[in-house]
Write a protein that binds this ligand. Structure first.
Ligand SMILES: [Zn+2]
Length: 431
């Protein structure tokens, strides 16, 4: 159990730089030097948002901290992540990731000492951020927010207690005991409560996210139907139907049979300033009789073993790993949109079942659910994940081969998104 606590805490490294108290992630004693390697640094960015992913493959011990601007030495505010017992690919050492967009200057990396790689994020200005790690393969994610949307914890030694700003967030229904959230600010000034809310000027932007793809087929049915193909077909139908009226700006995370990491899908939506994110999946169960439609929103935990197994499968990790990292999902980042997401999820699920039932009476409505899906972590918009029936159920698999069933699912999503967009619900949220 000690190891689990260590690993859990390692993924939760958080600190309050305003207090000058860096939080040191515990050392993972089993991370043998040289085994892990910083193999890539990826970034997605716009002028108010950046996500940086640092790929190490194997689990590493790491800690994050900040440095304030040092005008005398011409240095900007910086976030840095020290990764112990890891090597680094030479090309990364030679070639910083240049950004220069008003939020970030660049991301660079170097060998800090014999067994520490330091990744430094040079900021253009002070901003809030959070750091967490995802397993399978191991990567450290840094979400940087230039609009003050990530709440900042009060700089107090009581940071381990449930943080104050959460009070503004609707109760999640999750177990109360969880480690502290992962937020910090480079700014020594008191945190802003967020920007004034300007009227939304653009068309409602929708990101459709067909799950899986490429090397990842998703779930496979008894006669070989693949989840990745079904959800892409549904996604294209949604885009086509939703685009017709011209009211919606519809995008897709993938329009091909390609693999896209989960953190990249979220980053694409955030970078695009999307209003609504709909991730499309087909469920599967060891029990071949299980059937029905459900739609999920993000939460730290799951209400039952089946939902936990589902989230683990969709996240591409064993359930054990999921247990270890589920606490990274604090509601502070998504909380402002959680009620909106709950509302959209219920609307989507009811509409999908209604439309599918026209041709297939008796389609089961499992309803609105919650589970820790990585693809929803850090999403800055109303975000839901649809599990459109069970591919493991022979009857539902055969339905999913029927274009009219796929149309029904798409019609349900379209109706719900349209209702949601037209009823001004978005106007009350963020834009
Ligand atoms: Zn899936």
């Amino acid at each position: 159990m000690l190891l689990r606590r260590h690993l859990c805490a390692a993924t939760l490294a958080a600190f309050l730089c305003a207090a000058g108290l860096p939080f040191a992630a515990p050392t993972a004693a089993d991370a043998a030097p040289g085994v892990s390697r910083v193999s890539d640094i990826r970034a997605w960015t716009n002028e108010i948002y950046t996500r940086v992913a640092i790929d190490t493959g194997e689990e590493v011990s790491w800690q994050a901290d900040t440095l304030r601007a040092d005008p005398a030495r011409g240095l900007p505010p910086r976030i840095f992540i020290d990764i112990r017992g890891a090597g680094i690919r030479d090309e990364i050492l030679r070639k910083p990731v240049e950004v220069r967009n008003g939020l970030l200057r660049q991301v660079r990396a170097g060998r800090f000492d014999r067994d520490t790689v330091r990744v430094v994020i040079d900021l253009e200005r002070e901003c809030t951020y959070r750091v967490f790690a995802l397993p399978g393969p191991f990567r450290i994610i840094v979400d940087i927010d230039g609009a003050g949307e990530i709440p900042v914890l009060p700089a107090s030694p009581d940071a381990a207690a449930p943080p104050g700003p959460v009070a503004a967030v609707p109760p999640s229904g999750d177990p109360a005991s969880h480690p502290p959230a992962i937020t910090a600010s480079v700014s020594p000034t008191p945190p802003s409560t967020g920007p004034a809310v300007p009227p939304r000027k653009h068309r409602v932007r929708v990101m459709i996210d067909p799950g899986h793809g490429g090397k990842d087929p998703g779930a496979i049915g008894p006669t070989g139907l693949r989840e990745k193909d079904v959800v892409l077909a549904i996604g294209r139908r949604i885009r086509e139907k939703l685009s017709r009226s011209g009211e919606f700006d519809v995008r897709m995370t993938r329009d091909d049979d390609v693999f896209i990491p989960l953190e990249e899908r979220t980053a694409m939506a955030n970078k695009g300033g999307v209003d609504i994110f709909v991730s499309l999946h087909i469920n599967a169960s060891r029990n071949r009789r299980t059937e029905g439609f459900s739609t999920y929103v993000l939460s730290r935990g799951a209400s039952n073993r089946e939902d936990l197994e589902l989230a683990a499968r969709e996240n591409g990790v064993p359930v054990g790993k999921l247990q270890g990292v589920k606490f990274i999902i604090d509601d502070m980042f998504t909380g402002a949109r959680k009620n909106e997401s709950l509302r959209l999820a219920k609307t989507v699920n009811d509409a999908v079942v209604r439309h599918v039932s026209v041709r297939y009476p008796g389609a089961q409505n499992i309803g609105l659910k919650q589970a820790p899906f990585y693809v929803l972590v850090g999403a800055r918009m109303t975000a839901v994940l649809v599990e459109a029936s069970f591919i493991s159920n022979a009857r539902e698999e055969s339905r999913l081969r029927d274009p009219s069933c796929l149309d029904g699912i798409a019609d349900g999503v379209v109706e719900a998104v349209r209702y949601y967009g037209q009823n001004g619900i978005l106007a009350h949220s963020d834009y």
